[in-house]
Design a protein around this ligand. Structure first.
Ligand code: GDP
Length: 454
């Protein structure tokens, strides 16, 4: 039921049209509504079912009886009567929601109570969409929504009454839901690692060196067959699993077929892991397959690192050259770290797990919309978007649409007018500001406020 779906809570002062909006969203999708008297009074829940896309739940924190034009008066409890009557009702919904739809009335303009609510919503640090309702004639859209941009949330203008922009609203709301909403914050969960690389690169030796246990039998005969197993271990209280590890070598079957290293099966293993470790033999360098694999991991936005193993067998200068060579292959994903290790001498091993954790954490960041938009302003100011075909794209706002990897959407006047180089500048800047150094990242542009179709 609705409680198992990610939920978006609707919040706003009275009379802004929340209920009409709520009904529009669920009616247009023939979803079930149910009242839940008793639990939280007057709380309405509904399901927004969508074609070819996962459904999501919406919660209307209704039952608000205060006068919408009530003046803001500061008291010991914040705004008198306000915190108590409205926010307390909405509190649990706000807590359990994955995202917030903050509804305001475009005809009333920005009222103090909206600003107060905005501050409250901001503190939740959840993906938020500002829904400016009652924009009935779209020709007035710019004018009526202008002042609401100052709240710093991504914004959409709608008319619940006339059914304007409801589909778009649905899409925007769906975009607020983190891709991984169902995952608990992973404190207890084991960090899943995939170890990829050519046979004999030293994968088994590395797993042993990292886990500190001789769980795997390492043989020095190339091409022995193995069973694919998961290797779990705990280190300093943290849990780890090497998934799909081409596990225990069978010494007795050394005459069996040569171990396969296919890019496809490697990709498959990496999808089961939080972080992928690609091992390259320092004495061999990066093969064509390694290069293809790096390209594909990058394309798929897989969190990964490259490990140059057997560093004990190669002179320093040659190692440096090899590292440079690999960094060149990774030029378009410069965030991917390259480590030098020797499984045999246990050198460079200690860095691997903390780095893997860090990559995973960076992948899971969620950045508040206010923070993002302040960053966007800064970044645009430093280098404005270039003029393309005599026009400069306008940037309205941005939001984080997904985690794992962090995915940022810029809402702009004309996505076609943003060259790749500028997109790269934006990515570099966001990485710097938010400390996303080694995780993959997606940047998308969406054209909005499109010219009216006559
Ligand atoms: P896998 O096929 O990638 O799992 O490679 P293994 O871990 O089985 O290692 C293949 C061979 O390389 C074995 O003989 C290992 O002892 C050796 N080896 C692995 N890592 C190192 C290393 O860092 N230095 C040296 N000198 N030999 C290594």
């Amino acid at each position: 039921m609705a409680s198992q779906l990610p939920q978006i809570v609707f919040i706003g002062r009275p009379n802004v049209g929340k209920s009409t909006l709520f009904n529009r969203l669920i009616r247009s999708n023939r979803a079930i509504t149910h009242d839940r008297p008793g639990v939280t009074r007057d709380r309405m829940e509904g399901i927004v079912r969508r074609k070819d896309a996962p459904a999501f739940g919406i919660v209307d924190t209704g039952g608000i009886t205060l006068d919408g034009t009530m003046a803001v008066t500061e008291g010991p409890d914040g705004i008198r009567g306000f915190e108590k009557d409205i926010l307390q009702q909405a509190e649990s919904a706000l807590e359990s929601a994955v995202a917030i739809a903050f509804v305001v009335d475009g005809r009333d303009g920005l009222l103090p109570m909206d600003e107060y609510l905005a501050a409250r919503v901001r503190r939740m640090n959840k993906p938020t969409l500002l829904v400016v309702n009652k924009i009935d004639g779209m020709e007035k859209e710019e004018e009526l929504t202008a002042e609401f941009h100052t709240l710093g949330f991504p914004l959409i203008a709608v008319s619940a009454e006339h059914g304007v922009n409801i589909r778009l609203l649905e899409e925007f709301l769906a975009d607020l839901i983190p891709a991984t909403w169902e995952h608990e914050p992973e404190q207890e969960a084991a960090l899943k690692l995939a170890m990829l690389g050519r046979p004999n690169a030293g994968k088994s030796s590395l797993v042993n060196a990292i886990s500190g246990q001789e769980r795997m039998i390492v043989s020095d005969v190339a091409g022995t067959t193995r069973d694919s197993v998961d290797v779990s271990f705990e280190l300093n209280g943290d849990k780890y699993i090497f998934v799909d590890t081409a596990g225990v070598r069978r010494r007795t079957k050394i005459t069996d077929a040569v171990e396969r290293f296919s890019v496809n099966s490697s990709i498959k293993s990496s999808t089961k892991a939080d972080v992928t470790l690609l091992v390259i033999d320092a004495t061999e360098g990066a093969s064509q397959q390694d290069k293809r694999l790096m390209d594909m991991l990058d394309e798929r936005k897989t969190p990964f690192m490259v490990i140059i193993n057997k560093s004990d067998l190669v002179p320093r200068d040659a190692l440096k050259q090899l590292q440079k060579n690999i960094e060149e292959i990774l030029a378009f994903c410069a965030h991917v770290p390259v480590l030098l290790t020797s499984a045999l001498k246990s050198s460079g091993i200690k860095k691997i797990l903390p780095l893997a954790r860090r990559i995973h954490e960076e992948c899971s960041v969620r950045i508040g919309t206010g923070q993002l938009n302040r960053a966007m302003e800064q970044v645009l100011l430093k280098h404005q978007p270039p003029v393309v075909k005599r026009v400069r794209a306008k940037f309205y706002y941005m939001t984080q649409a997904e985690m794992q990897p962090p995915t940022f959407v810029f809402f702009v006047s004309d996505a076609e007018r943003i060259p790749e180089t500028y997109a790269r500048y934006l990515e570099r800047s966001l990485r710097k500001i938010f400390g996303i150094n080694h995780a993959p990242m997606r940047i998308r542009f969406r054209s909005t406020h499109k010219k009216r179709v006559q």
